[in-house]
Design a protein around this ligand. Structure first.
Ligand SMILES: C[S@@+](CC[C@H](N)C(=O)[O-])C[C@H]1O[C@@H](n2cnc3c(N)ncnc32)[C@H](O)[C@@H]1O
Length: 316
């Protein structure tokens, strides 16, 4: 599907990345000094929005994707922003990564593993190519946030069968409000986001506990998550200057705007300040449950969650 409908197709290419990445990295527990100048692997770069954001931070990247047309678009973004010499694009599957062990300081995959038949295999490869002491970030669809969307998809698929174009048309016809919101939030004048959400041939949904298990299997230390996985981390997020940038994504949703205001007031009330040290501790089962129930109500806005972990250094 991504061969005929490369994703994303933002009208303002850098806007989404610029809006969320500074806050995201902070809440993933990865300080700026760690990724500026790092050697990074992007697993499933799509049309390269996040690849270009990382490259614009002075990093060097290898970016892989299965879809040739997506890579071509990513190449032309990179050229447009004069970042070509920082990125080595390769057509390759995240499940069959032909890359050497222990090579990259940071390995990430945003919104990719859940489209593969074996997300754990992809994750295992990511850990393998990460250097000891390096960081792995993975971002996958949440079972909770996409619960209702899964019902929409089932209905569309029942009517439209396997035909990608029919699914897209029925998705727009049956759920015009969702389609409008998706396009608004993706800053997308084309309909790439609608193909991505209504026509996708395969996606798996995951819980936070399950993905933490992937990290545990390799002994990676939890460094943080986005969205945060504890109430305390939400309150901390709301006091950060980077939070202001992401607030623009709440445009158009009254519920999300009210939630955001409440969060900021509570953050002030409990004395959270950006200059005070904050530790992102591994969330308890109760925290995870409460947070994921919140995502259920916020729905597609929290489609994906990201978790970061550090590979043990060789000295242990
Ligand atoms: C939703 S897009 C995400 C693109 C990008 N990471 C982003 O967040 O903007 C999913 C991408 O995963 C790619 N993909 C799917 N299966 C893959 C695989 N096995 N190996 C590498 N890329 C894959 C698709 O071609 C598509 O470009």
């Amino acid at each position: 599907m991504y061969e005929s409908h490369p994703f994303p197709a933002y009208t303002d290419k850098f806007r989404k990345a610029a809006e969320e990445m500074y806050l995201k990295m902070r809440l993933l527990g990865i300080p700026e000094a760690e990724y500026t100048g790092a050697n990074i692997l992007d697993c499933g770069c799509g049309t390269g929005e996040f690849t270009c954001w990382y490259a614009s931070q002075g990093t060097q990247l290898t970016a892989i994707d299965l879809s040739r047309p997506s890579i071509e678009q990513a190449r032309s973004y990179a050229a447009e922003y004069e970042l070509s010499d920082r990125i080595d694009f390769r057509q390759m599957s995240v499940l069959e990564m032909d890359l050497p062990d222990s090579t990259y300081d940071l390995v990430y995959s945003y919104g990719v593993l859940h489209h593969t038949p074996d997300p754990v295999r992809g994750f295992d490869h990511m850990v393998r190519v990460c250097k000891p002491g390096g960081v792995v970030i993975v971002s996958v669809y949440s079972l909770y946030s996409r619960f209702l969307h899964r019902i929409r998809q089932r209905l569309i698929n029942r009517i439209a069968g396997d035909d990608v174009e029919k699914r897209y048309r029925w998705g727009k016809r049956l759920f015009p409000l969702t389609a409008r919101k998706l396009k608004l939030r993706a800053h997308d004048d084309s309909d790439a986001v609608l193909y991505d959400q209504f026509s996708i041939p395969h996606e798996s949904l995951h819980t936070v506990g399950e993905v933490l298990g992937w990290f545990d299997k390799h002994g990676l230390d939890y460094t943080g998550a986005f969205g945060p996985l504890r109430l305390k981390d939400y309150l901390y997020a709301a006091c950060l200057p980077e939070y202001e940038q992401i607030e623009t994504t709440f445009e158009g949703s009254v519920l999300a705007r009210v939630a955001s205001r409440c969060l900021k007031s509570l953050s002030r009330l409990f004395g959270f300040r950006p200059d005070k040290a904050h530790r992102f501790e591994r969330p308890s089962a109760l925290s995870r449950f409460v947070v994921q129930i919140g995502w259920f109500f916020l729905g597609l806005r929290f489609s994906c969650f990201s978790i970061a972990g550090r590979k043990p250094s060789e000295s242990g």
